[in-house]
Design a protein around this ligand. Structure first.
Ligand code: PAZ
Length: 328
């Protein structure tokens, strides 16, 4: 696929930025196989009436993108995100009957693995004899649940995982998913929880080899990453339901920035969250108003309530689109 395919947008300036971003990006590895997997997954989940397999297909993005500083990359700029929100949300979407394309940062938190230990994995197992191991008793319940739910999602064809590391890979994958998902019209959804770099080093101006410290202090000019949300809405998947996230550290500007993103990029929902409290509270900002969602108990996930709300809003959207109402 041509990297700039589907970019017939009117805003000249954005078009040029996007075109030059894709033209200069290193080509996505396994692009053909990713495109084929995405198309097959969407096709298999596109029968929505009668014995519907899924109620819709949602692309969940998760984890932070990196910005390489060298073509043979030793150093990079990273973005804050563990991937926990995307992984938890994926589980709740699958539970609600959605098929999920999970576009995630390599090595970040994965669906159904959130309760497994990161650093003491081996403590979960004990050796019985030369050929058998078993999960130690206190952990058996949580591991059994994780294995069952994971296999049911993957074998049932409800979960497709696509990894990325760099901003280049991320945006190329989003383009593939978005242009493929557009065939589902309003039944397609984007849930963009990944922390995406705002600035990058264009490939052609990037140092080829490891930057040397002997040359003294480093001066580097970063270019703004083109705003893909706008293109996603206007060109790639114009009928899909779009939820983006806004993270800020200053509570004074959070809602104002979320409202501005809602209007500027024509999002259906912007989920506003503050770094200090994002695990227990988020605010869903829509054109109809704001809804604050808090964790219901210490063991609960804020994503549980959030996904319930979004599923309801998505259903209303599908209904209104079916009735010929134009919803922006
Ligand atoms: O991945 P995580 O659970 O550690 O964090 C989630 C989050 C805070 C990255 C996400 O909720 C979010 O706000 N993403 C968008 C970040 C941004 O404004 O770029």
């Amino acid at each position: 696929m041509d990297a700039t395919e589907g970019l017939e947008i009117s805003q000249g300036e954005s078009f040029i930025d996007v075109k030059s971003f894709f033209e200069s990006a290193p080509p996505l590895k396994n692009s053909d196989s990713i495109t084929q997997k995405v198309k097959e997954f969407i096709y298999q989940n596109s029968q929505f009436s009668g014995n519907a397999k899924s109620v819709g297909v949602v692309c969940v993005t998760s984890g932070g993108t990196t910005v390489p500083l060298e073509q043979r990359c030793v150093r990079y700029i990273d973005n804050f995100s563990s991937g926990h929100r995307g992984a938890a949300s994926t589980e709740y979407f699958v539970k609600s009957g959605y098929a999920v394309i999970f576009v995630h940062r390599r090595g970040s938190c994965q669906p159904y693995c959130r309760y497994l230990p990161e650093d003491s994995f081996l403590e979960f197992f004990e050796v019985l004899n030369d050929s058998e191991i078993q999960v130690c008793h206190p952990h058996a319940t949580v591991v059994k649940k994780a294995i069952k739910e994971y296999h049911s999602a993957v074998n049932g064809g409800f979960l497709l995982k696509l990894p990325f590391t760099t901003i280049f890979e991320y945006l190329q994958i989003i383009q593939v998913v978005a242009t493929s998902l557009s065939c589902l019209g309003p039944r397609g959804m984007f849930y963009l929880a990944a922390a995406v770099s705002d600035f990058y080093v264009p490939w052609e101006s990037m140092a080829k080899h490891k930057i040397q410290s002997a040359a003294g202090p480093l001066d580097m000019r970063l270019t703004q990453v083109p705003k893909m949300l706008r293109i996603l809405r206007t060109d790639w998947a114009p009928s899909a339901f779009c939820v983006s996230f806004k993270l800020e550290t200053d509570s004074e500007i959070l809602l104002q920035k979320a409202e501005s993103a809602l209007r500027k990029y024509q999002m259906h929902v912007v989920v506003a969250n503050e770094l200090a409290t994002y695990k227990r509270e988020v605010i869903a900002v829509t054109l109809d108003g704001k809804i604050s969602i808090r964790k219901q108990s210490e063991d609960a996930d804020v994503e549980d309530q959030l996904i319930k709300l979004l599923v309801e809003k998505h259903n209303n959207y599908i209904e209104c689109c079916g009735m010929g109402e134009i919803i922006t």
